[in-house]
Design a protein around this ligand. Sequence first.
Ligand code: SF4
Length: 746
Amino acid sequence: MCRRCVRICEELQCRNVISLKERSFDTIITTAYGRPWSETTCESCGNCVSHCPTGALSAKDHKKYRSWEVRKVRTTCPHCATGCQMDLLVRDNRIVGAEPADGPSNHNLLCVKGKFGSYKFVGSGDRLTHPLIRRNGQLEQASWDEALDYMAEQFREIQKKYGNDAIAGFSCSRAPNEDNFVFQKMMRAAFRTNNVDNCARICHSASVTGLAMTLGSGAMTNPIADITGDVDVILLVGSNPTEAHPVAGTQIRRAVRRGTKLIVVDPRKIDLTNDAALHLQIKPGTNVAFANGMMHIILKEGLADMDFISSRTEGFEILEQILEDYPPEKVAQICHIRQEDLIQAARMYAGARKAPIIYCLGVTEHSTGTEGVMSLSNLAMMTGKLGRPGCGINPLRGQNNVQGACDMGCLPTDFPGYQKVANPDVIHKFQTAWSVELNTRPGLTSTEVFPAAIKGSIKGLYIFGEDPIVTDPDTGHIEKALKSLDFLVVQELFMTETAAYADVVLPGVSYAEKEGTFTNTERRLQRVRKAVEPAGLARDDIQIFCDVMGRMGYPCHYDSAAQVMDEIACVTPSYGGISHARLDAGESLQWPCPSKDHPGTPILHAGRFSRGLGYFYPAVYKESRELPDEEYPILLTTGRMLYHYNTRAMTKRTEGLNEICSESYIEVNEEDAKVLGISHGDKVLVSSRRGRITSTARVGQKVSPQEAFMTFHFADGNVNRITNAALDDLARIPEYKACAIRIQKA
Ligand code: SF4
């Protein structure tokens, strides 16, 4: 009866599920009005359980230990890039639970994935424990020496026959910075190719490219606590944070309770729509038109910050001319919204003193994704909302360390710290640091590697911790590409769909079995600590890369992840002052942190943009590459859901999460369902020009008529069998968010 759970649910989680019922001696703590849990808005975040001081509430796993039997290991959640701090509870080399810790981005909260989905997979019985080599068509157990010798022999053979650039490598955005740094070093120094990329290519490469072009730095400008703190308006575009970045989403909900006005710009009625002052339910793929429409109104109504434009930016005149062509009536027609709502949104955003833009994959995963990002950047610059607290342009990055994987140079055009391969001085710098002659040709992006494999110019591929069969668009074309390769190596925790195609499978280790750092979406470096020993013969990933490098003729050795971070600091100016020692001493560092006495940089572009003057990119609206027609009359868009993460490799090994959702579904508007004769829960066939899948219909009003939505978490009924692999011209990101489909009752 201390009511801490009631207050956490109401004041921090803002869900109001737990409540007091009856009065006086009869008072009990239960759900509001005593309704069944399944009928409440409980999201199973477990924060009530974590903070109950008496044990009146406890997690089911709590039965497995007494609090004095466990050791706590402070680490960072391995799911999304919010970067929540947590303690893993370890008993006898087994993780038995997770508790929230007080980190700068989570303040003692976790979401359901962090609390319950972050540790069971580590001790799962189906982890890969031995290297495997394909013999006579079958993957068979092998020793490490056999597997590594065979790999080196095959890769050397490919180099000899086809050249160094016939090999490519994909690094793992879920792995620590130190692993990513050594992986790209292996590709560049040992394999002598710049064909190295990471999964940012298919989520936020448009942010990396777009923000670098307009502002000079492709990263979130302000911290989460700042943009969800004392702000007047939040402009949330193409982002569903209460499901994809739940602890950040909770903080937005809290800001609204304190009086912040929320504008949601999203094709779906997302959870936060309920808290929004305004919902602009735009048609998927119309972000550029929306942003240009906002700017047209802001200019016409004299709400632009002309001092900021003249003193800190360039290129405004050309954009100004383009904006003439985006009056509200035209934009309303393109975006399928009311022009009054657009006008109101423009006035609210421009008129606010503090108003951050927060966006996510709804902006980036389009064939015009980079232009969508740059249009939002134009909007922030035009209103002078950059370089100061409570403002900025803030991409919520997807994977836990996708920011770090990019920072570490797992990009075909960039060495660590975005130092360009095309710059001879940079090549000289790394040749000197690594004592090796480097390839000077920029490499292929991951989305270019697959067509190149089909064409025959890529022959060998080394995939570290990615599962493109499930995650990449147009699965049929990925399968064809993998089958076209001469040699495929996959380094993984589990036998994934992609690993099943490999010639060699290497067992790596999870975040809980190694030391290192993740860089969260705010550019904040946080420690990852070893909690348990890996199972079987699984080996630390850095050690595997060093073993491979040695066999490829470039001997390399590190004693520890801390030593790798010291090398990162030496060659990467923005990480120059970062070390494990500083982080272990309790410092919280956001890059740029150029020297050992630098405190880090919470807000970018204060006083001056990273590129000098901010650049207004003149983007014009272009339609999505594939639009509905008679044959495929519905526009499909995709996204994430709360209870699973990406391919579910980690979350599907937690029973409770599967109990809530374990199968593919498609959201269909009730008007369309009526016409198609489909009811809620019916099995349906969903087809596009690329393939056909079976899914389950969820009928309602979340999506507009003639639109549909699916998540990409489920291998059965995987939406990527039907999504479109059309690429953005600048960042080469695929158009996951818009393709034409047909739905029929199965
Ligand atoms: Fe983990 Fe993201 Fe949830 Fe935080 S919000 S607990 S980082 S999944």
